[in-house]
Design a protein. Structure first.
Length: 88
């Protein structure tokens, strides 16, 4: 049996609040890739970025699911269940 996500009810938006990592933009810093919080629309930088704001956002809010904002990527990640998802 493959692992599944039990947090799909937290997926309520696919609209980004900013055109880049919110915290990096405020700091005047850069990022590698962007991730979208599917609960509130927060945009944070990935864990390959030095600031890791997407994961910091999860730790602060417990919003469990983020989606890659990279062109051509259509995957999401549940931090709690630690599974990759394909959301519609």
């Amino acid at each position: 049996m493959s692992p599944s996500c039990t947090h799909l009810n937290f997926v309520v938006t696919d609209a980004a609040n900013t055109n880049g990592c919110k915290e990096c933009l405020e700091m005047g810093d850069t990022w590698v890739h962007l991730r979208l919080c599917r609960t509130c629309g927060h945009v944070g930088c990935c864990d390959e970025s030095k600031n890791k704001h997407a994961t910091k956002h999860f730790r602060a809010t417990q919003h469990p699911i983020m989606t890659s904002l990279q062109p051509g990527e259509d995957w999401s990640w549940c931090y709690i269940d630690e599974v990759v998802l394909e959301l519609e």
